[in-house]
Design a protein around this ligand. Sequence first.
Ligand code: URA
Length: 431
Amino acid sequence: MDARQVIEAVRDRRPVPAGGIAWFAQGLATGAVTDAQAGAFAMAVLLNGLAFDDRVALTRAMRDSGDVLAWPDAPVPVVDKHSTGGIGDSISLILAPALAACGVWVPMVSGRGLGHTGGTLDKLEAIPGYRVAADAARLRRVVADVGCAIVGATGRIAPADRRLYAIRDVTGTVESIDLITASILSKKLAAGLQALVLDVKVGSGAFLPSREAARALAGSLVDVANGAGCRTAALITDMDRPLARCAGNGLEVAEVMGVLTGSAPQPRLHDLTVALGAEVLALAGIDDGRARVAGAIASGAAAERFGRMVAALGGPADFADRWPAHLAPAPVVQDVYPAAAGRVARIDTRAVGLAVVALGGGRQREGDAVDPRVGFSQLAAPGDAVGPGAPLARVHAADRDAADRAAAALRAAYVLGDPPPPALLVQERIG
Ligand code: URA
């Protein structure tokens, strides 16, 4: 095979020669395909798209370019959830232990914050001692013991995607739905899942804000994942406002503990966790998922699993009981008031995420350190009354200047006026 045969077929919208896509993906991992060829391929796919079978072949071959876990001795279904990312979205931290308490295994290989969105690994690293780096043996051990483990991808997961993603980043080809599909699924399916639920966000804080783009991505992900042998469905969910009341790593962990312990319920965080859990349990052949997931949270069983997972991955053994003592507070905490009184009509959710990044809660450049203490709590929601006695949020910052800059950014992100009717949390199901 010659890389040009594959590139020219996609360029001319002709069928790719048999085995060509798999050969190309392998060549990305081995270096047989050059950067120039990978860039030309990515641009041809962005402009012309790939046939369905070729999208499945690309996903499978990118998955198989590195380590792929298998669970031949698993006594229960092995499942997971993936989100396209949002603000204040800490569902993974609740859902993984809740599903484990419902009797499935959840090897959740997660990512870091990307752009304006938060990342599950950054949130977990707010817990002192929690080690997100785990090799396959450790991941297996913790999943078998606890039922769930949330860890980062090792360098051996989907190396073809790592190379192609870096090339897409500098060739204007990140936006291709076909390449996004193969990129997301190659990494997720390397965990050897039987069922997967996807949370595809829509709205101002989403990676793809428009409903049309979210629907296209959800459809592509569901079709290709099922085509690659993993039972998959997607929910399109509202990210036109932060999912709950906090944005920032340690603050979101505290919010999660409020939900898991019942001490500070967050209905939207809870309800979306239950909806996603019910979907993936149904895909795994388990009925009454809503009641099971809600029951696991209400009974404290999910909190108990979370505590065991934290301890198994290096965190404090008493985290589930004494979490406030383990989460470091920010040096400066102050309320942010609006310029005038009114009701919240709209939130530029992306701007809220960028304000958290600017506080040091995310990365401006790869390799930047993340401050787990900073962010916002008590974020006002659409419809809330705000004014001199009712702040937009509370900012948590490393110093007073950073707090003032974040306050100004937050004020600019909130539009006051007549709130539109509330958007549905779950807007559509695809699958
Ligand atoms: N996330 C990924 O992992 N890959 C993409 O291409 C986009 C988002």
